[in-house]
Design a protein around this ligand. Structure first.
Ligand code: AMP
Length: 455
């Protein structure tokens, strides 16, 4: 297996990688690093979580160090464009981490923050500038930034740029840059407009594709809970009661929805915070810091705000609402199972979201075990349409219809309750009502039923 030491990286980079504990490059790193080191343009089809930041940061740092020169005044030797502030901060952090022994200067520029310090940082020039397009354009318009001698341009999460309406700003930024530069273009998906932009920017690019969307998420154990819309909040609070849910990222479709859910959880005594585009930068940073430190167990996010969030150890991703765009389903569940770890994703689906669910199934072509929690019924497995049959792990065993009065007809353990810690922990409604399930394997079932909260 390829190791970082096989990729021709300089010692200071290997030292920084060793300090991070990274030994083996991820597939995109193994494929992209050698070509970028050769100065080639690159089209990377990969999503967050694949290690793509290091895939471009490492070879860029090496090339800048190999040809050391002063950073251009008001400019940057390398410009990385990011759709969101969070992602911009994280990319800058990665450059700082990997370049720790190289003496490179890194600055980050995004909206919602004061202009003064950004102008100051730009003035003398930096080796690496990470920016969101809107704010960068402001700096260019005010002549605080001049990118005419930038040597490397990275466009990260290009499809997200499209969603945010950043394509024209990007074209404007690029129009002020020298044509003599290396271009690296990353996108999780390739809608036509993104393909067009890539065609405009890239010259004879090497194309690197890592595991298409549907397969990068194989490590995530997914399940679906059918539930009436108005009962989602209570179901969420119920799931979060389970101690195995140590760090849950919860997705809503709207900013207001995120606020409402966070408020409800707080009232239900679950520590929660919301993060979305209407929050101020300090609010976002605080929410993220609290989530990272474990002070809040549930972070309620919209897709855009969550896109750049890189938090290790997200135990569960809960989709409170299914996304409008099926690709977002894959991005969302990719927030757990970071860098190869296993993860659990649970999605709520109300009746009016069935159409969205179909689109997701078409895209992922995976079996998703489903529980029916409507009317508090716990019906058996409704496995999503698939090409491959349900695997033993994915199909729902022995869950059968349970009468609504709570009396179990089946002698087998249903273990239908998503928090699945029957017999211990907090008392809960189902346990009180349905003692049969609580007894578990004592009833004679050899194997406990598959449980959506536990991998
Ligand atoms: P990214 O796709 O760039 O957002 O990276 C996803 C996560 O994987 C980040 O937390 C990185 O720090 C981590 N990571 C990147 N490369 C490696 C590697 N080769 N080995 C282990 N973890 C890595």
């Amino acid at each position: 297996m390829t190791q970082f030491t096989d990729l021709g990286l300089a010692k200071p980079l290997l030292k920084a990688l060793a300090a991070e504990g990274y030994v083996t490059p991820t597939p995109i790193q193994a494929k992209a690093i050698p070509s970028i080191l050769l100065g080639r343009d690159l089209l990377g089809i990969a999503q967050t979580g694949t290690g793509k930041t290091a895939a471009f940061a490492l070879p860029i740092l090496q090339r800048l160090a190999d040809d050391r020169k002063p950073a251009p005044r008001k400019g940057a030797r390398c410009l990385v464009l990011s759709p969101t502030r969070e992602l911009a901060s994280q990319i800058a952090e990665s450059f700082r981490t990997y370049g720790a022994h190289m003496g490179m200067t890194v600055a980050v520029v995004f909206g919602g923050a004061k202009y003064g310090p950004q102008i100051k940082a730009l003035l003398g020039g930096v080796d690496v500038l990470v920016a969101t397009p809107g704010r960068l354009i402001d700096h260019i318009a005010e002549r605080h930034a001049d990118l005419s001698s930038t040597e490397v341009l990275v466009l990260d999460e290009a499809d997200q740029m499209l969603d945010l309406g950043f394509l024209q700003p990007i074209r404007r930024i690029v129009s002020g840059m020298s044509r003599k530069r290396q271009n690296l273009f990353f996108s999780a998906t390739m809608p036509a407009e993104i393909g067009k932009l890539a065609g405009e920017l890239l010259v004879d690019p090497v194309e690197v594709r890592v595991a298409p969307a549907a397969t990068t998420v194989e490590k995530v154990q997914q399940s679906l809970l059918f539930i009436e819309g108005p009962r989602k909040r209570a179901l969420l609070a119920e799931l979060l009661e389970d101690p195995s849910v140590t760090r849950a990222l919860v997705f809503t479709r709207t900013k207001r929805g995120a606020d409402r859910v966070a408020k409800y959880l707080e009232q239900a005594d679950v520590s929660a915070a919301a993060i979305h585009g209407d929050k101020t930068q300090p609010q976002r940073e605080r929410a993220l810091a609290q989530f990272k430190s474990g002070q809040v167990r549930a972070l309620i996010a919209t897709d855009i705000a969550a896109r750049g969030i890189d938090v290790d150890g997200v135990s569960h991703v809960i989709q409170y609402e299914l996304p409008q765009v099926p690709e977002a389903y894959v991005h969302r569940i990719g927030r757990t199972a970071r860098a190869g770890a296993a993860g659990i994703a649970i999605s709520f689906c109300a009746d009016d979201e069935r159409g969205l669910l179909k689109d997701i199934q078409k895209l992922t072509r995976q079996t998703i075990a489903a529980f029916d929690r409507r009317n508090d019924k716990v019906l058996g497995a409704v496995t999503a349409a698939t090409t491959s049959g349900p695997s033993a792990e994915q199909s729902l065993p022995q869950a059968k219809a349970r009468p609504q009065n709570g009396q179990h007809r089946s002698a087998k353990p249903h273990n239908h309750r998503p928090n699945g810690h029957q017999g211990q922990g907090q008392p809960n409604r189902n346990r009180r009502r349905g003692g049969g399930g609580a007894k578990g394997p004592a009833n004679g079932a050899a194997k406990p039923a598959w449980n959506p909260l536990q991998a």
